[in-house]
Design a protein around this ligand. Structure first.
Ligand code: ATP
Ligand code: MN
Length: 479
């Protein structure tokens, strides 16, 4: 058997000595023709492999370069060197794969995140991305743990959809018709989608919510966790064209139950990473502190990453209405000094500068905003008794802005139909959705958490492109 190895994380944790082990991994550094720092991705900590003089011939020694992969068999001994309590004294060493030192792009020095984005196929091998992607994994696992423990059913909603009513963002069309102009057309020149693969126009999903609601009307509580696609033509540090979203949908929940669940969920995810990825979070915390030293004092965060996470865990999220939010903004010195780019008045969609002011300057903690004007929100959100606002809730997080968007859904058929008519949403095409209101409708609610934004929050990474393996953004689809 080839793969009888000890993972480096496990080896370093056990601190036992005297026994024989096999370790495999990639060379990070090789010093004095004697000390190899070997990493296998299980942790950022390398194991030191000591190659005693005379064990290997010169030709083999030359092949131990940064990035080369090795299989090492040896004895675990106490280390006299600094920074590690044990090391492996090699008995035999096999080079599994060479790595040409002249050509290998990852040198043992600090590279910029920007540079690493261009070599995203290799960046997993750096400490920063090792930590980020182990945390991403943990958070994904924790999502399932959280909902499974609560008895939610994991529903796989479709990736290809024919419904364009959600209106959550611009969609990518899915078609097998030729795009060179030769697609079958009607006499008036419009495309005959009867001839297309599905016999109608289809898109990549922007949200699994509408299908999620169908599930909630049978299982009571469901969640989805899958990829979503938005042809967002905005180059920001918080938008991707392909991102992962978690969307729980619950029958017998009102807006308050919804907020409570979302807050509990976010805290659970943070706590899970703190408990299971402490080393990685500590590493990233230091990295962020280093990075922020370059910034002017007023641009630096008041709290370090770990302190920020602890603070969020230990404090209730602020809960305010949209109307409160507008008033706070209007009364701020920031507004009086005309420092906002976008105008503020009741009815506007809060811009990211407004959201950031509320969480970063005013409250200095996550904020849940409810009761948005109906006019700026989707058709399915429940109308409040004032007839002007809907039972929507957005959660805004420091450094990120909107991390969750959700609402109590309109369960009253007549109100929902009227709203759809107002918004020119064809009721015939949405008949399947309206059936849930026709047959045993119940109060229900749900929300969407952007998974990458959550990973950004926990890792402190400022650019969303650095928390997904291979980012899809406008004019960029590499790897
Ligand atoms: P934003 O105003 O930031 O564009 P949104 O209002 O379009 O967000 P929703 O439609 O409510 O967002 O989607 C639910 C969640 O999905 C958001 O709170 C956010 O966390 C995440 N999200 C939305 N769009 C993107 C995107 N393009 N890339 C990554 N995450 C996203
Ligand atoms: Mn958006």
């Amino acid at each position: 058997m080839f793969n009888k190895r000890t993972k480096i994380k496990q080896l370093l944790q056990s601190e036992q000595t005297g026994h024989e082990v096999t370790v495999m991994g990639w060379v990070r550094t090789f010093r004095n023709n004697q000390f190899i720092a070997l990493n296998d991705g299980s942790t950022n900590n390398n194991v030191q492999v000591v190659v005693e003089l005379g064990l290997l011939d010169d030709a083999t020694l030359k092949r131990i370069t940064t990035g080369a992969s090795l299989k090492v068999n040896g004895i675990v001994v106490a280390s006299v060197g600094k920074g590690q309590s044990i090391e492996v004294k090699a008995k035999s060493l096999e080079i599994l794969g060479d790595s040409d030192a002249e050509k290998y792009p990852l040198q043992p020095k600090k590279h910029s995140l920007e540079f690493l984005r261009h070599i995203a196929h290799l960046r997993f091998r750096t400490n920063t991305f090792g930590s980020v992607f182990r945390i991403r994994h943990s958070l994904a696992f924790a999502v399932h743990q959280f909902f499974n423990d609560k008895g939610f059913v994991y529903l796989h909603t479709p990736i290809i959809t024919a419904s364009d009513a959600e209106g959550a963002g611009e969609m990518f069309q899915v078609t097998t018709l030729p795009i060179d102009g030769s697609a079958p057309k009607y006499p008036d020149g419009s495309i005959n989608y009867n001839e297309d693969f599905f016999g109608k126009p289809t898109n990549l999903t922007v949200s699994g919510q509408l299908e999620g609601e169908l599930g909630a009307m049978a299982f009571s509580e469901i969640y989805t966790f899958g990829p979503t696609f938005r042809a967002e033509n905005s180059n920001t540090t918080r938008h991707l064209a392909e991102f992962w979203m978690i969307e729980p949908e619950m029958a017998f929940y009102d807006i308050e139950d919804n907020m409570n669940l979302a807050e509990e969920f976010i805290k659970y995810l943070i706590q899970y990473a703190m408990d299971h990825n402490r080393d990685d979070i500590e590493f990233l915390s230091q990295r962020l502190a280093e990075e922020e030293k370059q910034l002017p004092q007023d641009k630096r965060s008041e709290l370090g990453l770990i302190e920020k996470l602890e603070f969020v865990l230990n404090n209730a999220f602020e809960r305010i209405t949209y109307t409160d939010a507008i008033n706070i903004l209007l009364e701020s010195n920031h507004y009086k000094k005309k420092k906002f780019t976008y105008d503020i008045k009741w009815g506007i969609d809060l811009q990211s500068e407004h959201e950031r002011y509320l969480v970063e300057k005013h409250f200095k903690k996550p904020v849940i905003v409810t009761g948005y004007p109906a006019a700026i929100k989707a058709f399915y959100m429940r109308m409040n008794d004032d007839g002007k606002t809907v039972a929507a809730m957005d959660i805004l997080a420091p450094g990120i802005g909107e991390i969750v968007g959700g609402s109590q859904r309109e369960e009253r058929l007549d109100k929902l139909e009227a709203r759809m008519k107002d918004m020119h949403i064809p009721a015939e095409e949405m008949s399947w959705y309206l059936d849930t209101r026709r047959f045993g409708t119940v109060p229900h609610a749900g929300f969407g958490l952007g998974f990458e934004r959550m990973v950004q929050f926990v890792t402190g990474m400022t650019n969303i492109r650095d928390v997904i393996a291979f980012a899809r953004t406008p004019k960029n689809c590499e790897f």
